[in-house]
Write a protein that binds this ligand. Structure first.
Ligand code: ADP
Length: 310
């Protein structure tokens, strides 16, 4: 196999009470990438469509993660990377993560799978760090493993796969405004009150239990963020209006996707997910801000091969 075409999915990190550790994978939104073996050694980004991003491998997250793997393995060939970007950079649904995992997943397949999923995540962390200036894997792990993932530790890298209840659907709105990840990080407090920490870890533990037992009622009671949301929601126009409307429409929970501005909901069943979509649309169509809404199943498979050629 000399060429591979892949679907690299969007992801939601944090999931209300799981800041920096929990994430899940989307089904209907993602980038397409083509990775090709070349005789000439090195990593070359040869095509980018959709958004304006750097072609220099060292300045593009796809190139940085690819170089991390390439330098470790030292294969006897080089690679060309084409990126067909559908996930807007800075949207909060893992645009940089999709690119970071896409290149290493594709290269790994073309080289006969020398690395496992955790090792691929470790290479992608190097790419993701270019975008977010710190090493974290809460978008990378769900993109590679699929479903819900819990990053137990980054150093050493330890990832737990959490079961996905069958009837869980996501509705996610992306308001077309820009929030810099650095700004969304800077706004957070350095210390938090013990009572908020207790609320958060109780909710987080019970959310994980609810996912293991497909307990939607417990999920609803657990999808609350006592620590991050009060700060970051201020950066997202009409956040509280959206939240009130979607909970009324039946969403199990609502939160900020990654560092925003996207807002996600988890829902039991596609009918509720579509009602929630209508509720989001109703709020945001009055604001004058452009937006997209996606309804998606949770993608249990993660990143996948669309096509391959010799
Ligand atoms: P997101 O949460 O949507 O990934 P980030 O703010 O974390 O958003 O990352 C986007 C930043 O990473 C932008 O500054 C973008 O220019 C940079 N970047 C570099 N290469 C890529 C790439 N291949 N895909 C997406 N973003 C990239």
């Amino acid at each position: 196999m000399n060429e591979i075409k892949i679907f690299s999915p969007a992801t939601v990190a944090n999931v209300a009470c799981g800041f920096d550790v929990l994430g899940f994978c989307l089904d209907s939104v993602g980038d397409v990438m083509v990775i090709r073996k070349t005789d000439q050694k090195g990593i070359y980004i040869t095509k980018i469509e959709g958004f304006n991003l750097p072609y220099e491998a060292e300045l593009n997250v796809a190139g940085v993660s690819a170089l991390a793997m390439y330098d470790a393995l030292k294969p006897n060939c080089g690679f060309e990377i084409e990126i067909y970007k559908n996930i807007k950079p800075g949207s909060g649904i893992g645009s940089s993560a999709a690119s970071a995992v896409g290149s290493v997943f594709g290269m790994n397949e073309l080289l006969g799978r020398p690395y496992n999923k955790t090792q691929l995540t470790a290479f992608s962390i190097k790419g993701e760090a270019l975008a977010s200036k710190c090493e974290h894997a809460d978008n990378l792990a769900p993109a590679i493993f699929g479903g819900f993932t819990l990053v137990k530790s980054v150093n050493p890298l330890e990832i737990l796969e959490i079961p996905t209840p069958d009837d869980l659907y996501v509705t996610i709105i992306h308001p077309q405004i820009e929030i810099k990840t650095s700004e969304a990080r800077a706004i957070l407090p350095k210390n938090i009150p013990l009572n908020d920490a207790i609320t958060q870890w109780a909710n987080f533990g019970s959310l994980i239990h609810a996912l293991h037992t497909s307990n939607y009622e417990l999920m609803q009671k657990s999808l609350h963020d006592a620590i991050i949301e009060p700060y970051r929601s201020q950066l997202i126009p009409y956040y509280n209006d959206v939240k009130t409307a979607v909970l009324k429409a039946g969403a199990l929970g609502c939160g900020i996707s990654g560092s925003g501005p996207s807002i996600f909901t988890l829902n039991q069943g596609s009918e509720t997910a579509n009602n929630v979509k209508d509720a989001m649309e109703k709020v945001y169509s009055k604001t004058g801000i452009e937006f997209d809404i996606h309804v998606s199943r949770i993608n249990k498979e993660g990143i996948k091969i669309i096509d391959c050629k010799n």
